[in-house]
Design a binder for this molecule. Structure first.
Ligand code: NAD
Ligand code: MG
Length: 380
């Protein structure tokens, strides 16, 4: 029996993770759940999964929950609650399903304890990939990717030799604006950008899919997860999102992993690897899908993808600057404060003006994240 701690249990990945856990009650139990503020969903999750502890970021919500809860569980609500939970409490697997930079510190604590991390929070690897991968090796921890592309590549690489990989081929749906002209980006509305054709996800990653920053972050994520240079990581547009990604080997052979666009499968794989467990999730009906297509991405139209490659090439704190600027720009767009077309412009300015540090330690990365947020918040 493995005990699972879910960071971000009320989000899109968190809820899917609990759907997987629900199917295997003799394999997994819930050690802890953490949320930002959504205590009504959390209450239902506590009722069903009976965790030993919960972390609630919002202190007034934590008090409200404590008043109304009719069972005894530990409720943590301090500034450092997530880190405390990851550092001190008892669990075997951490599911990193928080969005953004906030996922970094608790994930590092789990790594230092040699835990398995089922990692959805790609931002952790984007901002601190070098430190994260070094600590994973030093502490015999494990990162099994939950991101569907990286799970696909991970599965394609089982039994293979990394030296024989010619390139990774990350597939991208292209998002809701794949077939729009670039001029449309000045007037794209929040609702249009949130209307993803294939995936139902949290709002930040959905906007990242519309700008294709999501694929850019995934290129950086793949670089650290699989230890391959940037020129061996490519992106292809595949609007159906059935092939989740591919690996091309030195003999020209390409392996792909296919499935429906449903995060439950990669989440389950990350929990049970190296085993596969039988489930009753919907199966891929290939004749029904009928058509799989592929295109080159348009780097000119989707500048965020280009900026991500550029940040990875520059190295140092550039990916951290890229990520922080993107988080703030996306928040501004979601709040109606800036146009969709301004997102890459703000990120570009931050990459240009915020000082880059090579070989950063964690303190430098935390400082860089903070400075970049201030910089972007003070633009226009
Ligand atoms: P979401 O917005 O649906 O959920 C985020 C969760 O994190 C919520 O439970 C929220 O309460 C919690 N949270 C947010 N900020 C927090 C903070 N500061 N402190 C504590 N908790 C906080 O997001 P999501 O779509 O589930 O995505 C989560 C992560 O997984 C992201 O990094 C995303 O890029 C990645 N991911 C998501 C999908 C997907 O299908 N949704 C696919 C691949 C990767
Ligand atoms: Mg993905």
């Amino acid at each position: 029996m493995k005990k699972v701690l879910i960071l971000g249990s009320t989000g899109s990945i968190g809820v899917n993770a609990l759907s997987v856990i629900r199917k295997f009650p003799d394999r997994f139990s819930v050690a802890g759940l953490t949320v930002n503020s959504n205590i009504s969903t959390l209450s239902e999750q506590i009722e069903e999964f009976n965790p030993e502890f919960v972390v609630i970021n919002d202190q007034s919500k934590a008090k409200e929950l404590a008043k109304n809860l009719n069972r005894k569980i530990k409720i943590i609500s301090s500034e450092n609650g997530l880190v405390e939970a990851a550092k001190k409490y008892d669990y075997d697997i951490l599911i990193g399903a928080i969005v953004g930079f906030a996922g970094l510190s608790p994930t590092l604590e789990a790594i230092k304890r040699g835990k398995r991390i089922a990692l959805a929070n790609k931002e952790t690897l984007v901002v601190a990939g070098e430190i994260v991968t070094r600590l994973v090796a030093e502490n015999s921890a494990e990162i099994i990717p939950v991101d569907s592309e990286h799970s696909a590549i991970y599965q394609c690489l089982v039994g293979e030799n990394l030296n024989e990989v010619e390139k990774l081929i990350l597939t991208a749906s292209g998002g809701p604006f794949l077939n729009k002209e670039k001029s449309f980006f000045d007037n794209a509305t929040v609702n249009e950008a949130l209307n993803h054709p294939n995936w139902k996800m949290g709002s930040k990653i959905t906007i990242d899919s519309a700008t294709m920053m999501n694929k850019g972050l995934e290129v950086i994520e793949a670089h650290w997860l699989f230890g391959l240079p940037v020129d061996k990581i490519s992106v292809v547009i595949h609007p159906q999102s059935i092939i989740h990604s591919m690996v091309q080997f030195v003999d020209g052979s390409i392996k792909a992993q296919l499935g429906l666009p449903d995060m439950k499968l990669p989440i389950q794989y990350a929990l049970t690897f190296p085993e596969r467990l039988s489930n009753d999730f919907e199966r891929t009906n290939l004749p029904l899908i009928n058509n799989l297509t592929f295109f080159e991405p348009d780097f000119n139209k989707f500048e965020c993808l280009k900026l991500a490659y550029q940040a990875l090439n520059t190295g140092g704190t550039s990916p951290c600057i890229l990520n922080a600027a993107n988080e703030i720009a996306v928040e501004k767009f979601l709040n109606g404060d800036i146009k969709f077309s301004e997102i890459p412009k703000m990120i570009n300015k931050a990459l240009d003006k915020v000082e880059n540090h090579s070989n950063p330690d964690i303190e430098t990365i935390i400082e860089c994240d903070k400075l970049t947020r201030e910089f972007v918040n003070n633009l226009n």
